[in-house]
Design a binder for this molecule. Structure first.
Ligand SMILES: NC(=O)c1ccc[n+]([C@@H]2O[C@H](COP(=O)([O-])OP(=O)(O)OC[C@H]3O[C@@H](n4cnc5c(N)ncnc54)[C@H](OP(=O)(O)O)[C@@H]3O)[C@@H](O)[C@H]2O)c1
Length: 242
């Protein structure tokens, strides 16, 4: 990677996304620090710059088509291409309700960010990714999106039946496979990353892993060599079951 490599991470102002941004910046890439709040984005980018990295704040709300178009126009104008897109922004709105108690409205809000937001951002930026020599798209999924793991009552993920969140990440896995199929004849690789259970604001800092550990799989997938996989689902330990 060189400073000529341009990477965009959505929701990079904190948590796993911020660590993905740091990890990509450490490879020498110029990282566009996506954040829906410009102040939080500027502070997050400043931190990386203070560490000697190349980082630029970019205001981006993944649920807002106008915001996505503005970012695409800006990247086109300033860089002319995008090498790496990490769709990290995500929300978890459930607070322990049983599946049958979750209102449809909560599913709609969850999917609007976790699924439709990824599609909006990917479609908006794909023309720029096609211009890069070896585009990489990474979607931040979850072990809770794995039907194999969540349907196993013996597995700890079988104890977390989060109707909206889990199904949004299963849908995101399907979205990942669809894009990988469409782009298979191009150099672009599209994969889903499972960061593991990390302590962040998303889960009230209950996870045993650090956000930096959570970033490892995504950074690896974002920097895959030409003979790397596409259309897969990976944790830092290797393939995850769908
Ligand atoms: N933590 C875990 O254990 C875990 C496990 C598996 C998967 N994941 C996934 O990893 C990703 C990062 O999660 P995290 O744990 O780091 O959560 P987090 O600390 O809550 O960070 C989420 C980030 O997404 C941003 N975001 C939310 N909605 C957005 C929108 N509409 N537009 C732009 N940015 C938006 C947030 O911005 P604001 O600061 O403005 O809210 C924040 O920067 C998510 O996709 C999550 O589902 C996390």
């Amino acid at each position: 990677m060189s400073g000529n490599t341009i990477a965009l991470v959505t929701g990079a102002n904190k948590g796993i996304g911020h660590e993905v941004a740091r990890g990509l910046a450490a490879t020498g890439a110029t990282v566009l620090v996506g954040a829906r709040d410009p102040r939080r984005g500027a502070e997050a980018a400043e931190k990386l710059v203070a560490e000697g990295f190349s980082a630029v704040p970019v205001e981006l709300d993944v649920t807002d088509r106008v915001s996505v178009s503005a970012v695409a126009a800006r990247i086109d104008r300033e860089y002319g291409k995008l090498d790496i897109l990490v769709n990290n922004a995500g929300i978890l709105l459930e607070r322990g309700q049983a599946p049958s108690q979750v209102p449809v409205e909560l599913l709609v809000r969850t999917y609007t960010t976790n699924v439709f937001g990824v599609v909006e951002v990917t479609n908006g930026l794909l023309p720029l990714i096609r211009r890069a020599p070896a585009g990489r798209i990474v979607n931040l999924s979850s072990g809770l999106g794995s039907l194999t793991l969540t349907s196993d009552p013996e597995h700890r993920y079988g104890q977390f039946p989060l109707l909206a969140y889990n199904s949004s990440k299963s849908a995101l896995n399907a979205v990942t496979v669809s894009y990988a199929s469409e782009l298979r004849s191009t150099p672009i690789k599209v994969n889903a990353a499972d960061p593991g259970y990390c302590a962040t604001d998303l889960n009230g800092h209950s996870g045993p892993r650090t956000p930096a550990q959570g970033a490892i799989a995504a950074v690896r997938l974002a920097t895959l060599p030409a003979d790397g996989p596409t259309g897969g689902f990976f944790s830092e330990d290797g393939p995850e079951p769908w």
